[in-house]
Design a protein around this ligand. Structure first.
Ligand code: CU1
Length: 198
């Protein structure tokens, strides 16, 4: 902290008005003390939303269009199920899914949960946004099946109850690593996985 102050003073000295210099130095010191004064925990909290690299990711390349299915592309059939009878056991039966880029994915998502009070969904998202989207899903509420509107969500199933299934057909996103998650409140920590496009 002491090393930086003299540099700022030298810059300010280029002005000839001494009052301005004094005020500037005072302002700088105050700003500096304020920024040092906050607890470390607070500054960590402020850094987290800077995952606004999200925006950069979203802007990276053309927007993903779930309906842009190429009729001539090879079809890859996959399945994944939500299993477990309670909050402690719930999970997807697979933690990894892999498809070839350029293919059309036909994913059967099934809920094998036994408790009607524990519905599940399957949401494919751009990597690095899981916690943010889980939080946003919770805020979106039951009316929206806990699926928020977000550019980092590529594919979203409905909320399925016990023994319900849904077939999701979508074009494989560009090669890379993605994540899938259940956004039903309290499920994302247990129900998530990696979706790889090779
Ligand atoms: Cu779930």
């Amino acid at each position: 902290m002491n090393k930086q102050l003299p540099i700022r003073v030298v810059i300010t000295l280029n002005n000839n008005n001494m009052k301005t210099i004094k005020l500037s130095v005072l302002a700088l010191c105050t700003m500096f003390l304020c920024s040092c004064g906050g607890s470390k925990q607070e500054s960590v909290k402020e850094v987290a939303p800077a995952v606004d690299a999200t925006t950069l990711l979203a802007d990276d390349g053309p927007k993903y269009d779930i309906n842009a299915i190429d009729g001539t592309a090879p079809v890859v059939e996959l399945s994944i199920a939500a299993i477990g009878a309670n909050m402690a056991e719930m999970k997807y039966d697979k933690s990894n899914l892999e498809v070839a880029s350029g293919s059309t994915v036909k994913l059967t998502f099934e809920s094998k949960a036994t408790d009607p009070a524990m519905p599940h969904n399957w949401i494919l998202i751009r990597k690095g946004n899981l916690d943010r989207i889980a939080r946003k899903g919770m805020e979106a509420g039951a009316d929206k099946s806990y699926v928020p509107s977000d550019d980092d969500i590529l594919v979203a199933s409905k909320l399925l109850g016990p023994n319900e299934k849904q077939v999701l057909t979508f074009p494989a996103p560009p090669a890379g690593e993605y994540q899938f998650v259940c956004t039903y409140p309290g499920h994302s920590m247990m129900m998530q996985g990696v979706f790889i496009v090779k």
